[in-house]
Design a protein. Structure first.
Lengths: 417, 81
């Protein structure tokens, strides 16, 4: 329940760069078709890697969004962030030159920032020495640069921060933006996440942890959240940005509203650097806090967009956490993981998933969990197997759980005035 | 590199500038200043590094500070490579 002096926060624009489509229309269409964006890695030679598959962007042309000099000065993660931000602003029909730029902020999430540039320049350090390191190296690799470059590109002067919580970054970024708008720190915030992690050292690191699927012969079937034969996540890249506005600002300019950000929960497991706490207690508490913040009781939840990474541990423990909060209602609530189609884009994942929730609310459809073939006794909920489903969604919950035990949950609601 | 004609040096310098500053070839003439091409301090450092790499030379900072136009770069390279 919001005290009277707190602003309501609505979603007015969506920008997407994903392995299944660029732009919200293609993205949503592909999600509802159950299309997989996973394939063999093309960006480098994976012959000596255990996992050889990923969700790469197809046909992303940075020149459509940036000029040549800007492209040169940005690691791909920042290019993705700026492109998604521009798509979101266009989708929102937000005319920045008619706004006060001090009222428009940016909150982005990224797990690792400019890791590709870091690796490339490190090679130069080793082969040519320190005097050949680019003067652009530092500004290109630091994780705040997606948010910084968005502000530079669009001339935005409102509060500008970056949230880093590994795989929960995108969710936490939107949550923190929601809190900033609620307390009146800005009128508009571009919020989301961007990640470009498909580089050899990152891939190798995840492989060494035995966290990734090695189903290299059938890439499109590899990401199989909640399925009994799941064997790890599939890494991917991309960006998602939402235009969030105070309700007052959105109404004044007659903006189209996808839905409302109604609640946000943020907890920590305080348990292990990678493994989720085995009872899912803090994950459950993040869901509970988000629902209480939204003034929604658990039995009013219509759809849950799961973190659903396709790892043995996450999918089992997330299922437990959902049941802890929803009780019997969990069995009547569709729960799907779009990572089955777009893979795990780390810091961008939470944003891409919140966008899917906004679209589920505004269209009355929920995307499927594809590759669901054999139920797992420990994952016994309705995961919307394989086919999208028409299903009015008034309340959607989006979960994200990051390495380090970071639990982020958003509650999105249909805007009813 | 000492055998390169003035024109050849200019063309190499121009192609580096076009690539780094994202400008068109016809915007780059001998008398063009880097300031006119909207080069900031990071651009200048990068340009000097690229010239060092391409022409196999070192350009100390105090010399680099004086290279303010395309022509000055060409002259410097001719005199020092």
């Amino acid at each position: 329940m919001l005290p009277e002096n707190k602003q309501r926060v609505v979603i007015t624009g969506l920008g997407v760069l994903s392995p299944i489509g660029i732009g919200k229309e293609d993205y949503w269409k592909a999600l509802l078709q159950g299309k997989s964006g996973i394939g063999p890695v093309t960006r480098f030679d994976t012959s000596s890697f255990d996992s050889k598959i990923a969700g790469e962007l197809k046909d992303f042309a940075p020149e459509q969004f940036l000029d040549r000099k800007e492209i040169r000065r940005m690691d791909r993660f920042a290019q993705f962030g700026v492109a998604a931000a521009k798509l979101a602003v266009g989708d929102a029909a937000l005319e920045i030159d008619k706004e006060n730029p001090e009222d428009i902020g940016v909150v982005m999430g990224s797990g690792i920032g400019g890791i590709e540039t870091l690796c490339d320049q490190h090679n130069i350090l080793l082969t040519k020495g320190p005097n050949r390191i680019s003067p652009l190296f530092i500004p290109m690799i630091i994780s705040n640069m997606a948010a910084g470059q968005i502000a530079i590109s669009l001339g935005l002067k409102g509060p500008n921060i970056t949230v880093v919580t590994a795989c929960a970054s995108g969710t936490n970024a939107i949550g923190e933006a929601y809190l900033m708008l609620r307390r009146g720190a800005a009128e508009v915030i571009l919020a989301g996440g961007a990640e470009a992690p498909i580089v050899p050292v990152a891939m190798a690191g995840f492989c060494s942890m035995k966290a990734m699927s090695t189903n290299n012969d059938e890439p499109q079937r590899a990401s199989r959240p909640f399925d009994r034969n799941r064997d790890g996540f599939v890494i991917s890249e991309g960006a998602g940005v939402m235009v969030l506005e105070t309700l007052g600002h959105a109404s004044a300019r007659g903006a189209r509203i996808y839905g409302e950000v109604a609640g946000y929960g943020c907890t920590a497991d305080g348990y292990h650097i990678t493994a989720p706490e085995p009872e899912g207690a803090e994950a459950a508490r993040a869901i509970r806090i988000a629902l209480e913040d939204a003034g929604i009781s658990p039995d009013q939840v219509d759809y849950i967009n799961a973190h659903g990474t396709s790892t043995g541990l996450n999918d089992k423990i997330e299922t437990m956490a959902i049941k802890k909060v929803l009780g019997d209602h969990a069995y009547r609530t569709p729960v799907s993981s779009i990572k089955s189609m777009i893979g795990h884009s780390l810091g961008a994942a939470g944003a891409l998933e919140a966008i899917a929730c906004a679209l589920s609310i505004s269209t009355g459809w929920v995307p499927p969990t594809i590759n669901y073939e054999q139920p797992d006794l420990e994952c016994d909920l309705d995961y919307v197997p394989n086919q999208a489903r028409q299903c009015p969604v008034r309340v959607a919950v989006s979960n994200s759980f990051g390495f380090g035990g970071h639990n982020g949950v958003l509650v999105l609601k249909k805007f009813e005035g | 590199m000492a055998d390169l004609s003035d024109q050849a040096i200019f063309e190499k310098v121009r192609s580096i500038i076009v690539e780094q500053l994202g400008v068109e070839e016809n915007a780059v003439a001998l008398e063009t200043s880097f300031e006119a091409l909207n080069a900031d301090s990071l651009d200048i450092v990068e340009l000097i590094m690229a010239l060092e790499e391409t022409f196999g030379m070192e350009i100390p900072d105090e010399d680099a500070e004086k290279i303010l136009t395309v022509g000055a770069a060409v002259e410097y390279i001719k005199a020092n490579s």
